[in-house]
Design a protein around this ligand. Sequence first.
Ligand code: C2E
Ligand code: CA
Ligand code: CA
Length: 605
Amino acid sequence: MSSVPVPLNELKRLALLRELCILDTPPDQAFDLITRLASQVFGVPIALIALIDQERQWFKSRVGMSVQETPRDQAFCAYAILQPEVMVVPDARHDARFKDNLLVTGSPNIRFYAGAPLTSREGLNLGTLCLIDTVPHDSFGPQEHAMLLSMAAMVTMRLESLRTIGYMDATMVLPNRARLLDDLEQHSQAGTCASTSLCAVAVDLCGAEYFNDMVKALGYRYADDYLLAARDRLLSLLPPETTLYRISTTRLGFILEREDEALADLLTSIGQACAEPLWMGDIPHNARVTMGTMRLPERFSPPDVIRALVSTSDSVRQDGGDWAFYDSRQHESQRRSFQVLSALSLVLNRGGDELALHYQPKVDLRTGRCVGVEALLRWNSPTLGPVSPAEFIPLAEKTALIESITQWVMAQALQQAGIWQRQGLNLTMAFNVSALDLDRPGFANELCTLIERHAVDPHRIELEFTESALTHQPERLRQHLLRLRALGVKVAIDDFGTGYSNLTYLKTLSADALKVDQSFVRNLLEDATDQAIVPALVRLAHEIKHTVVAEGIETEAAYQALAHWGCDEGQGYWIAKPMPVLALEHWLGSEPGRWPGLHQASRLA
Ligand code: C2E
Ligand code: CA
Ligand code: CA
């Protein structure tokens, strides 16, 4: 390497430099202020914060210098770190060490140099704060010495504080997320991203699930070693000097300057290389590496950038492929989900003041009589406007909120069922529960308590049950349904024919009714397949003693066809839309106490 002598503690010094994770990081305002101040105060054109790496000196901050690094064997600073005090070279032409140096004999024609070492608390000189001029200086006296040392002490303090602020991830020996946030912030404040085609990338090395399984099977030590191996493979695929950051357990990130096409090539080649198994102690690992990337705009919020990158790499894991550009539409929908869930949680905590139940009639297709209603949840939020249950129920089902929602719905529906029963209206009250509700041990008890409190005949209560995700506890679900049916409560399998709600359910669950999904009913008259499926479903259901309900009846013709095929009950906009209590009572066309449904019968006659 260089002919420059190295300090005695060189290995320790280089190790500390690595550990600080400071090389090849973006500009830092605090350091830039110090070099600017030094250049002004000392009246020199060049002031640098130079860090002496193994083969190079790299400038953390620079005034008056166009390059980011120079070889170590040309570096004045490589000499300055050999001594504890300031090194002054009044005129390099007369200094044996430097008179043949290319930076002296050629551009930038260095004459004067003064460098104060940056000494860590262990006493290791990491680099210097230095001043350079193209004319000699012979007046660098004790006062200047003291001033330069003070400024170098400021630099060291900043270095130390970066170290203690908690910017390091000890396991992966990488700068952590806090540091990435800070570095992104520096880029954003500099406002140069738009002109420099900077982009940021998040890389998920294996996915949290894979990592957790590995921890369970092989322990943390092994799993951490695996991550280190995956980190090294990634580093070997990146341009040299790329700084990797650790974002979370399995996710790393980096910032890089690339045009779209070159970036795409790089990520594609990383994806291909990482498709090869990674061997760790005789075990080949085939975990997928997924990446999300985005171009950094001129101004941005660093936490938003990290979130966008992480969610993009997660979607790639879900949807397949190796990498993807961040898509802002996806971001909007995540933001909306977050808003909806937070607002919903507040509403439920306040007792559900913005929620209401609407009731949609179910009629007997033979007589046209209204035999029951389905309670459907409505939410009118002052901030978000009306939010459809088709939007918020699936979100709530991913959280514990679904529990509070079902409790609220059950309480309202049972109370209303009690009122109608006392008024003499013979209606079943159906409400929707998710499979997750039935996973809950207390569910059946809660329903029994409400049935007793409102003195409702259990035969008038019906659960509509949709499987939105595979249930964790199929046996518990079955036991719950059996218990409720023993009480007399009816159970309907909702959305039959779609998703998880299929024939295996008929076998394993005990239910009373099947609700044929709207998608089979909506285009019934145009779709020959639906015309074959629906009557077959009706026959099948009848054979196993289930009632069949068709939902989504939007035309009279569909109504007639279903009635003709022997479908028992129907529901849909052509009959009636979901309505608030008063509108429903009006629609029933009956004073309280009268038998409902006559008006349906006469309308259909
Ligand atoms: P679902 O249980 O299948 O309810 C039927 C949905 O279809 C309702 O939408 C209803 O308004 C709508 N609908 C009824 N007839 C017609 C028709 O003829 N044409 C068309 N195009 N649509 C019709 P809604 O009220 O928006 O509810 C959507 C879904 O949200 C429900 O589907 C149900 O899965 C869920 N949901 C609603 N309320 C609750 C609730 O209280 N708890 C739970 N867990 N889920 C609920
Ligand atoms: Ca339903
Ligand atoms: Ca349905």
